[in-house]
Design a protein around this ligand. Sequence first.
Ligand code: COA
Length: 194
Amino acid sequence: MRPAIKSGRMTIISLIRPNIEGLPAYEDALRRGWSPNTTRNVSGEQIALLDKLRHAPARFLYETYESPTIRMPDGSEMERLPAHDFWISDGEFCGRLNFRFLRGTEELPPHVSGHIGYSVVPWKRRLGCATQALRLVLPVARSEGLSRVLVTCDDDNVGSQKVILANGGVFAGETPHETRAGHVKLNYWVPTLP
Ligand SMILES: CC(C)(COP(=O)(O)OP(=O)(O)OC[C@H]1O[C@@H](n2cnc3c(N)ncnc32)[C@H](O)[C@@H]1OP(=O)(O)O)[C@@H](O)C(=O)NCCC(=O)NCCS
């Protein structure tokens, strides 16, 4: 047998646009308890929306990725930033990645913690999905004029820290955690230029 690559388990992924054909696998992930959003668990409300829009799946994609506002952890509605949303796929559904930004600046509004968020389904973790997904979105950020992106993670999220560091993340300090007392967010700038 050939020696294992790193952990010995690896999958090759691509970033694909959310699409109607992929919704059954997306729904299956939700029903297995996976949340695409990391600041709060949204699987229940997304299942309810899918049920409501069973005969209008395009509407579900619009509500989820293109509606003018997004709901914050405290229930308030905020304006949706320009964004590129992707599903992570290795032929099967692996998770999602969101890149949001403001045009013409690397600044972000205070309610947005970083340019990029990602969440991998539990049964596809530790296969390199998030590390590759972050790498693959960097040219997208570059094409939007950003030479670096801010990526943040909780101080106890070892997996995400490794993902960011593997993509060249440079530590840029801590900020108070908005929802977890006793924790901080770690901030990293990730260069988009090779
Ligand atoms: C954090 C998360 C995105 C990692 O995704 P992933 O696809 O498993 O990450 P990768 O397979 O690319 O792993 C990258 C590295 O982190 C390590 N790693 C992953 N999860 C880990 C964990 N829970 N504890 C310790 N190390 C972990 C991997 O072994 C790998 O290490 P290596 O480079 O030394 O081999 C995933 O666990 C997840 O979606 N968690 C819930 C949502 C979340 O936290 N999102 C990030 C918000 S900032």
